[in-house]
Ligand binder design. Structure first.
Ligand SMILES: [Fe+2]
Length: 368
């Protein structure tokens, strides 16, 4: 088992907000980090852990995963990324390193980082990060469950743990002051001229549902609340809510791994907005609207929510979605089986959504 502890200084803090904890530096030379955002003080309400299976799982006490923190995309051109994320989507730039990366704030405590890099790496997905209340508790659960490659970083008063999940995605759990305010500082409507209130979910490719559930659900305490299927023959999406808040991850299932140039549409980030049509109207007024050549089409997804997909110049997908269904009626969870595995064999995964139940969340509901 590989397990390392290192101490690093902050990496290129900008304007006192962007804080690189250096997980990426230790692995690949990539500086990454969340925004330590100002905001109203107050500890978010964090749920109590549900009973989970033994063997390294989190049990008892407060669950430490609070909210989504950051998604990192690889891009080919930082100027084009600035034009898309900054000028077109309207996100404030809060961090950078020359010729290497830019960080944009979507909401207090939530950022999108773009890093110049190889497009073939994990479908342009560099990393996803979560705010946690106790990184060492996360580390202990991961190590006890036998997940290899756990890396603990201590930087002043901040601690983070990183590793790759069963599908090879780089995952980080970051403990900082931002975890205390990220939920309480959330808005119900976007700022004037803004298009979204916050990041609601990360979506990433998953080849084996059972392994992903073992990692996110059994070990880390995420809770499944919805399954979706585009054609009805097999599952395409499984949504897992983080244990201490309303944010969630969307497992993007596949039978055959898409080619690299299509993975960027599968790996994505979803931003909630209360009115997609209004957000589209805001985008239409941007001075550089003419430089965005793709169609902007509002549609209703299988989850019965209005949404629109936007893509950066490298095809990384930003999903803008309303938090509620079009008629207030929840979309039923699919009972289709998971897609066949790499060897063409059926995946045997229990279906906890079969009875349509979902838990009430003290930290809020994903409202799916
Ligand atoms: Fe999504």
């Amino acid at each position: 088992m590989t397990r390392r502890r290192i101490c690093l200084g902050a990496v290129l803090p900008m304007a006192g907000v962007a804080l690189g904890l250096g997980l990426g530096c230790a692995r690949s030379g990539t500086a990454v980090g969340p925004v330590v955002a100002p905001g109203p003080q107050g500890v978010p309400q964090v749920g109590q852990v549900a009973a989970t299976a033994a063997g390294g799982s989190l049990q008892g006490g407060e669950l430490p995963v609070v909210a989504l923190a950051e998604i990192g995309f690889l891009v080919s051109d930082l100027k084009a990324a600035q034009a898309f994320y900054g000028d077109f989507l309207g996100f404030r730039q809060v961090g950078f390193s020359p010729m290497r990366r830019l960080v944009f704030e979507v909401a207090p405590g939530q950022t999108i980082e773009v890093i110049r890099g190889d497009p073939d790496i994990d479908g342009r997905l560099d990393h996803v990060s979560f705010h946690v209340r106790d990184a060492r508790q996360i580390e202990a659960a991961l190590v006890a469950a036998g997940h290899n490659g756990t890396l603990l970083v201590v930087d002043g008063g901040r601690t983070a743990v990183g590793l790759r999940d069963p599908d090879g995605h780089r995952i980080q759990f970051i403990e900082s002051e931002a975890a205390r305010t990220v939920l309480s500082s959330r808005r119900n409507v976007p700022d004037p001229g803004g298009i979204a209130t916050h990041m609601a979910h990360f979506g990433f490719l998953v080849g084996r549902l059972d392994r992903a559930l073992d990692f996110y659900q059994r070990t880390l305490g995420f809770v499944e609340f919805w399954r979706g299927s585009s054609g009805g023959s097999h599952l395409d999406w499984v949504n897992l809510q983080i244990p201490g808040g309303p944010d969630y991850v969307e497992l993007m299932l596949y039978e055959e791994l898409p080619p690299p140039d299509e993975r960027g549409t599968k790996n994505h980030v979803c931003l909630f907005t209360p009115d997609v049509e209004r957000a589209v109207a805001v985008l239409a007024e941007r001075p550089n609207r003419g430089s965005y050549w793709r169609e902007i089409a509002v549609k209703v997804g299988r989850n019965r929510k209005r949404q629109v997909n936007l893509y950066d110049h490298d095809g990384n997908r930003i999903e803008l979605m309303e938090p509620d269904t079009v008629d207030g009626v929840p979309a039923p969870s699919s009972k289709a089986p998971p897609p066949r595995d790499f060897h063409g064999n059926p995946q045997r995964v229990p279906n906890p959504s079969r009875d349509g139940t979902r838990r009430a969340e003290p930290g809020g509901s994903p409202r799916d």
